[in-house]
Design a protein around this ligand. Structure first.
Ligand SMILES: [Zn+2]
Length: 364
């Protein structure tokens, strides 16, 4: 195991919240019962702390201001800050995730990234596995200042997520049209896109009929099965991207913090194909996904991928606030605002998607 801690000692750098999170996690391994749970809770909470712990301490503030930090955990963190121990390299499934403190630093240095209008292009409702009904989720996104939102519930094969049948998708479409008409009648510029997160089968096929998909403003496709495969899955990605109805490949690597490293592929080939077909890649902003991560997003950009889409992947109103994680990934990967669909007007996104099937058909 490579010791990052050596780098600490050489540079004398301060422990970051990511370091503190790892130390809390590892300390939890050595504690029984409720103490372990307290350390694990604090470790997860560290992903969301908006400031670095050493900044709080320098400012004379108490660490117990932070969520999930009580006096006992605060004492541990103080001891680590005073005399930084080596921080072991996190296991692979916990590597390459931004903390909210890093997100804040990145976006505060580049405020245009959070300036409105910036839409949210992946949101779930009770039509599949979201916690809030359509109307409430739309209202929550609007209250955050989003100019429009894409409603992207799951398709039926994903039974664990209560996925939609074609009939349910059509019903949702009528409900979205009614909401949109209400905004128009009220002179409110907010809009709702009819979209989906359609399941992409391991052979690249889509879990929804062509006619239903053709009726939508935007089609996100994502893998949800055989995600623990360690084989090279390049063919799966190429088949998915070549689906004429698919506009955005959502959470491409399908990793999950602490649980799953995601799929393996020849990313240069995958990204070159996305570039050739004009497809968008998602920067899924859910804290536990961050997919693509900064490194892969940078590679995608350098391989010529033209379009990116950021989605909070929110399943509750509070998760709508994950969006900045995706914005920060884009900023750190050097993806210009112009290449990110979220910053474009809603009509641009609609016509961009409409132009897609023709583009894909034209391929040799
Ligand atoms: Zn998904």
């Amino acid at each position: 195991m490579v010791g990052i801690g050596i780098a600490n000692e050489v540079t004398g750098r301060m422990l970051t919240n990511a370091d503190i999170g790892e130390l809390l996690w590892n300390a939890g391994r050595e504690e029984p019962g409720h103490r372990r749970r307290a350390l694990e809770r604090a470790s997860r909470a560290a992903r969301f702390w908006p400031e670095e712990t050493h900044q709080l301490v320098d400012a004379g503030r108490s660490l117990t201001e932070l969520p999930a930090v009580g006096p006992w955990v605060a004492t541990k963190i103080h001891a680590w800050l005073d005399d930084p121990p080596p921080v072991p390299e996190p296991e692979e499934s916990r590597r390459g995730f931004l903390t909210y403190a890093e997100v804040r630093r990145t976006l505060d240095a580049d405020p245009q990234r959070e300036a409105n209008p910036s839409a949210d292009l992946q949101v779930h409702t009770t039509f599949s596995d979201g916690g809030l009904p359509l109307d409430d989720m739309v209202a929550a996104a609007r209250s955050l200042g989003r100019p429009y939102v894409a409603i992207t519930d799951h398709s039926q094969t994903l039974t664990i997520a209560n996925g939609m049948t074609p009939e349910e998708l059509a019903e949702q479409g009528r409900a979205i049209d009614a909401i949109d008409r209400r905004f128009q009648d009220d002179g409110d510029p907010f809009r709702v896109l009819r979209a989906i997160e359609v399941d992409v089968f391991p052979d690249g096929g889509l879990d929804m009929d062509d006619e239903s998909l053709a009726s939508l403003d935007l089609v996100l496709g994502a893998f949800h099965s055989k995600l623990r495969s360690t084989a090279d899955e390049t063919a799966r990605y190429l088949a998915a991207l070549r689906q004429p109805r698919l506009h955005v490949l959502a959470h491409p690597k399908a990793r999950m913090y602490g649980r799953r490293v995601g799929l393996v592929a020849d990313w240069r080939r995958v990204f070159a194909e996305a570039a050739r077909l004009g497809k968008a890649l998602e920067l899924d902003a859910t804290v536990w996904r961050q997919d693509l991560n900064v490194e892969l997003a940078e590679l995608a950009r350098s391989e010529g991928v033209r379009w990116f889409s950021i989605g909070s992947d929110a399943h509750s109103s509070s998760e709508l606030e994950f969006l900045p994680f995706g914005m920060a990934i884009a900023a750190l990967a050097g993806i210009p605002r112009e290449q990110i669909l979220n910053y474009r007007p809603v009509d641009f996104v609609r016509s961009w998607a409409r132009a897609m099937p023709a583009t894909t058909r034209d391929r040799s």
